[in-house]
Design a protein around this ligand. Structure first.
Ligand code: ATR
Length: 278
């Protein structure tokens, strides 16, 4: 491979210093002995459009996009995948050979793959899902659960109007549950997902009526700092299979890496360790 053909990719956000993506992609590049570089880039909103048009001219095959640019990226792309359009945000950008900028969203894919790996017996269609929170992560997860065949999604958010807006948008499979009424539905849940910031380092743990949790419910927290949140500890006590949030970050990176660097990478313990120690 000549010098100019060395594949380049990276991650664009602001701030970007704490992004785990460079460690993640760097681990895979080293592990598979691939030529290539993955570079963190701090880009402001006002420069985003210029940077996105310039990167392919500099040899970039694509980039990840993170906060706060995920929604804005939709308006800057030439081609938007169905799932990115449904979620209303993009995290994986492909600079195509035909010159078009393609925006995809692999967050929901990462969520589903993490559940499949962490709880191999989990089935999307085994019963209702209870999703806590109604922000961007919740949107991606709802889209992926509907796509995977979950029959009903109960959504509960501290600010109910945001959950109502998701119900309006995504339709009758969603049922809004008052934040104070989670106890009335928790026992129906086959899948429970926390997408709120509660339980993250510096925030108090979620306080839920855990006594209603059935041991057959698979419980996932997308918070991964700490890895074992209060929610996961309580769920484990109730006999549930628990899945931590780190895997969603790792799995969402797979499609981009494969596209940019030409090899489908594995999500395994060595990757987890590399990302955790970064
Ligand atoms: P993201 O886009 O990363 O999902 P977000 O849009 O900031 O993040 O959403 C954060 C989620 O955490 C929201 O559902 C938020 O609830 P509100 O919509 O009521 O703000 C939820 N959240 C934050 N602090 C919370 C708290 N103290 N109790 C319950 N939910 C909380």
């Amino acid at each position: 491979m000549s010098e100019t053909d060395t594949p380049l990719a990276g991650v664009i956000g602001s701030p970007i210093a704490h992004s785990k993506s460079p460690a993640l992609h760097g681990h895979w590049l080293r592990r598979y002995g691939l030529e290539g570089h993955y570079i963190p880039m701090n880009v402001s909103r006002e420069n985003l459009a210029d940077v996105i048009r310039m990167l392919p001219k500099m040899g970039f095959a694509g980039v990840n996009v993170t906060l706060p640019h995920k929604e804005a990226m939709i308006g800057l792309a030439d081609v938007i995948t169905d799932r990115a359009a449904l979620i209303g945000a993009a995290n994986t950008i492909i600079f195509r050979k035909d010159g078009k900028v393609q925006a995809d969203n692999t967050d929901g894919y990462g969520f589903i793959e993490n559940l499949k790996q962490g709880a191999p017996e989990w089935r999307a269609d085994s019963g209702p899902a209870l999703v806590l929170g109604a922000g961007g992560a919740s949107r991606a997860i709802i889209v992926s659960l509907i796509d995977a065949g979950t029959p009903e999604i109960q959504i509960s958010n501290r600010t109910k109007s945001r959950a109502d807006a998701l119900r309006e948008e995504f339709g009758p499979k969603l049922r809004v549950v008052d934040w104070t009424q989670i106890g009335t539905v928790i026992e129906d849940a086959a899948t429970l997902v926390n997408t709120t910031t509660q339980g993250m380092v510096g925030n108090p743990d979620l306080r839920l009526p855990y006594e209603g949790l059935r041991p057959t419910c698979v419980v996932n927290d997308i918070v991964y700092t700490p890895l074992r949140t209060g929610l996961l500890e309580e769920a484990a006590k109730a006999g549930c299979v628990t899945v931590d949030g780190l895997g969603m970050l790792l799995h969402q990176a797979v499609p981009g890496f494969e596209r940019w660097f030409g090899m489908r990478p594995e999500v395994d313990d060595a990757l987890r360790a590399a990302v955790l120690s970064a």
